[in-house]
Design a protein around this ligand. Structure first.
Ligand SMILES: Cc1ncc(COP(=O)(O)O)c(C=O)c1O
Length: 381
């Protein structure tokens, strides 16, 4: 019998058009700080119904830019889910501010508004929500809480480009600023890259400066009178977080196929849900309030399942099915433990983490691979 091929849990989709667009950017006069980034930003802003989009070199850099644009500093707190990639809360720590971890809703796997409420304090500057697995956050409830406590609502939509919530695009004015990631496992990719969208011009300006060392050439913004055409000023401590023209060229092409990719992900998720629903599993639900981009498909073992999570994981790996656990809750990491974080107050995050496995889901999965994933899970259970 021939060797079975490995099925990755996610994978970038690269077409001939993508390759040609990157080649064109590579052969152009500017491989960084040229016109293509502006085009990608304009196209992305239009797609997510935002006034401004600012490209970054990664999703984490985009989140850091967003935190800098808010002006977060030591003494500030930001409420964030414990169930996320550490990049979300690391971006808060980079500024000196403190992440305060809230629990998830066990159905949406996004922030539970009641838990957020319990985390708010006079030091809270913002709520930073995560559209986990592509499920839109409860933006309406979070906005009410944010307004009531006069804090900002920010979003990490690394999993949710193209998503919608109550008729609005993720990345529009649902949050004050929204960060996206385009790393290779995301719904669209620029190799490494990210974007922040906002409708607030003052944040857009800060976002542009934060990615270039806190510098500006804009005459209207200068602190001192311009000394000539070369003149620019550094006004705060920023970073070099620019997205290259090669990444932007890939992004322009990938964005054109975002809806196709998201719809394919949704079709595969529907198939999984149909074919796995009789097993002792809790399956991830679709959003009742919008468009779920199905970035991940995390299955959870029910208590009556006859197999342990670690054994199921090992068995699927040995059958060459790419699996992951998204995520080890951030406060579990030794670095965060060292900062004094614990998990006692987050029972739903803990329960989810102990039972979850993400199974393959990406727009390039073939029927035969989907069938093999389903068949293998069924045989393990
Ligand atoms: C929820 C979430 N936030 C932030 C990030 C960071 O994005 P990047 O890998 O592009 O820095 C990721 C990516 O892994 C993510 O999944």
């Amino acid at each position: 019998m021939s060797e079975q091929a490995f099925i990755p849990y996610s994978c970038q989709q690269i077409t001939q058009e993508d390759i040609e667009a990157v080649q064109e950017a590579l052969a152009s006069a500017f491989i960084s700080q040229g016109p293509v980034l502006g085009r990608f930003e304009a196209d992305f802003a239009k797609k997510v119904e935002a006034q401004f989009a600012v490209g970054y070199s990664s999703g984490t850099a985009a989140l850091h830019g967003l935190c800098m644009a808010v002006g977060l500093k030591e003494g500030d707190e930001v409420v964030v889910p414990a169930l996320t990639f550490a990049g979300t809360s690391n971006a808060i720590l980079y500024t000196g501010a403190k992440p305060v971890f809230a629990d998830i809703d066990p159905i949406s796997l996004c922030l539970a508004p009641q838990s957020v409420k319990a985390c708010l304090s006079p030091r809270t500057r913002a709520i930073l929500t995560v559209d986990f697995a592509g499920h839109p956050s409860p933006y309406r409830e979070l906005r009410e809480l944010a307004d009531c406590h006069q804090v900002l609502l920010l979003s990490d939509a690394a999993h949710a480009p193209g998503g919608r919530y109550l008729g609005k695009a993720i990345g529009s004015d649902l949050a004050d600023m929204t960060a996206f990631s385009f790393n290779p496992v995301k719904n669209i990719s620029t190799a490494e890259g990210g974007m922040v969208t906002t409708n607030h011009p003052e944040y857009a300006t800060k976002l542009q400066m934060a990615r270039t060392h806190g510098m500006t050439r804009d005459e209207d913004l200068l602190v001192f009178p311009s000394e000539g055409g070369w003149y620019y000023e550094q006004q705060f401590l920023g970073f070099n977080y620019k997205l290259s023209e090669l990444g932007a060229a890939l992004g322009v092409q990938q964005l054109k196929r975002l809806d196709i990719y998201n719809n394919r992900r949704r079709e595969i998720a529907t198939l999984y849900t149909e074919q796995l629903s009789d097993l002792p599993l809790i399956l991830p639900n679709d959003s009742p309030n919008g468009f779920h981009t199905r970035h991940l498909y995390p299955i959870r073992l029910r208590e009556d399942a006859k197999i342990e999570r670690a054994n199921l994981f090992k068995e699927l790996q040995s059958q060459k099915i790419g699996v992951q656990v998204h995520y080890i809750p951030v406060p579990y990491h030794p670095y965060y433990r060292g900062l004094g974080y614990q998990m006692e107050q987050l029972p739903e995050t803990e329960k989810y983490y102990r039972s979850a496995i993400s199974i393959p889901l990406h727009a390039g999965l073939k029927e035969i691979e989907i069938e093999r994933v389903i068949r293998t899970i069924r045989s393990c259970l």
